[in-house]
Design a protein around this ligand. Structure first.
Ligand code: SF4
Length: 190
């Protein structure tokens, strides 16, 4: 486990390698999470999310090893208190901390892809590379070479995956922010 610190948050990074076959068989259930997906505000509004995402088996099943990466972004008490003030404050804290870590993770994995022919990145959450996704206007993706599908878009049981493979609980808060948020991504190699 690696630990890092910056002005507003600390991070813990956990990585675990898993055979892709086991990863798909144990944790991928296309269809099971479809209703939850449809209830998400990003459904049909971002190209990295359903509908229209390739089947996990077809896209990912040709790889051999999945490196699961969990980045735990721990909030400072002062930021947790700020996040309780309003939804907007919570989102501002999240974007300035978790959002920064998520972007750094994607950049690192895109750079790694360049060095590993045939590798595939499964991104932590929806694509946020543009201020607004062109999908809402019915236009093609602006940066298809940098867009990677969201982990949850494939129908993975992320709660079980994170807990069993990375010893990491995914947290949510009814109000404000939980003590930490975790960005969960995967890097697949042939
Ligand atoms: S790169 Fe831009 S247009 Fe493409 S999915 Fe991401 S946000 Fe949408």
């Amino acid at each position: 486990m690696e630990k890092g610190r910056c002005a507003m948050f600390t991070t813990e990074v956990k990585v675990k390698a898993l055979p892709v076959r086991e990863w798909l068989d144990r944790y991928c259930f296309p269809g099971k999470f479809l209703d939850a997906c449809k209830a998400c505000p990003d459904y049909g509004r971002v190209w990295s999310c359903p509908p229209g995402v390739p089947e996990a088996e077809a896209l990912l099943g040709r790889c051999r090893t999945a490196y699961l990466i969990g980045v735990k972004v721990c909030y400072r008490p002062a930021d947790l208190a700020r996040a309780l003030r309003s939804q907007e404050e919570a989102e501002a804290v999240r974007q300035g901390t978790y959002g920064v870590a998520k972007k750094a993770l994607l950049e690192a994995l895109l750079a790694l892809e360049e060095r590993c022919p045939g590798s595939i990145t499964v991104a932590a959450g929806r694509c946020e590379q543009c201020a607004g996704c062109t999908r809402t206007q019915g236009l093609p993706c602006r940066k298809p070479e940098r867009m990677r599908y969201s982990f949850s878009a494939f129908g993975f049981d992320l709660t079980a995956l994170a807990r069993e493979q990375l010893d990491l609980d995914l947290l949510w808060a009814g109000r404000g922010l939980p003590p930490y948020n975790a960005a969960l991504a995967a890097f697949l190699t042939r």
